[in-house]
Design a protein around this ligand. Structure first.
Ligand SMILES: [Mg+2]
Length: 293
């Protein structure tokens, strides 16, 4: 593992964004057949909201060295206003304009979904690079992940999904854990609830075909954290040393495939680095917005 948090996070962001952009190209007809044939789509692969929000989060880490929630709310709002057509979900399409016009994130995020807050997978999809940044200390990664999630996702399950993905990226970067051992390590950081329950089932699933894992765990058809994160972590845990294989496995579960692939790509790249991502895949991905230096 490289000792430089920024380099680890940038590698994870590359993995996340390539996964996001590749997954997005696998919606539509013949998806299952195209996955079975490993038929890569022609470039450029356009990234979506997963990458836009991950870039905003990493920008705050680069500037402050930790999650600064007010600044993060501002960065999300700016990214949305600059480029709203990136496939944001209904909750974020309501919330981010409010944050952009000076609304407080605490009240606004809580007000979503009749006051329950969002339990969507949006806080989980963007957080892998944060886990890579804090990989020296999973406890800290979990705390910062929670703070990064709360800005948009007030529901405990939305937050738990982010904590799980950040812990997974940190463990992938710092240890050589894989399979049930990797998922078990993640569970220690996740509060009791539906995400944790799904992770227990993911831990015990073993080597089944991805269609089967998706059927048993859910692969994001509901776009909620409990319906997305356990499957994504199962995929990452099955193939944490092979980026390409991990992504094909994840695509095999269909579902919310830009997001499951973004999560898996961010976790696996935290371990294998930028060198582990096929260079032709990096070249096909639309360039990322510039980060502060
Ligand atoms: Mg997306």
């Amino acid at each position: 593992m490289t000792a430089d948090p920024r380099r680890r996070a940038l590698a994870s962001l590359d993995g996340l964004s390539v996964g996001d952009a590749l997954g997005e190209r696998f919606f539509g007809l013949r998806a299952r057949e195209r996955v079975a044939r490993r038929e890569l789509p022609p470039g450029p692969w356009r990234w979506t909201d997963d990458t836009a929000m991950a870039c905003a989060l990493l920008e705050v880490l680069v500037r402050f060295g930790e999650v600064h929630p007010d600044e993060l709310a501002r960065a999300f709002a700016i990214a949305y206003a600059r480029d709203p057509d990136r496939g944001y979900g209904p909750g974020m399409r309501r919330l981010l304009p409010r944050l952009g016009s000076g609304g407080d994130w605490r009240a606004s995020a809580r007000a979503l979904y009749r006051g329950e807050g969002s339990l969507g997978n949006g806080a989980a999809m963007r957080v892998g690079p944060l886990g890579a940044w804090f990989a020296d200390d999973e406890e800290r990664a979990a705390v910062e992940a929670r703070r990064s999630a709360e800005v948009t996702h007030a529901h405990p399950e939305g937050i738990a999904g982010a904590v799980a993905v950040a812990a997974a990226a940190a463990l992938a970067a710092r240890t050589d854990r894989r399979g049930a051992d990797l998922v078990a390590g993640v569970i220690e950081f996740v509060p009791e609830g539906a995400v944790r329950e799904g992770l227990r089932r993911a831990r015990d699933l073993g080597a089944v075909p991805p269609e089967e894992a998706a059927r048993l765990l859910g692969s994001g058809a509901l776009a909620s954290a409990p319906d997305t994160v356990p499957f994504a972590l199962w995929c990452a845990s099955r193939s944490p040393d092979d980026y390409e294989a991990a992504l094909w496995l994840t695509l095999g579960g269909l579902g919310d495939r830009d997001t499951t692939c973004a999560i898996v790509g961010g976790i696996v790249a935290a371990r294998v680095g930028r060198e582990g991502i096929p260079s032709s895949w990096l070249a096909a991905r639309e360039p990322l917005p510039p980060l502060p230096t």
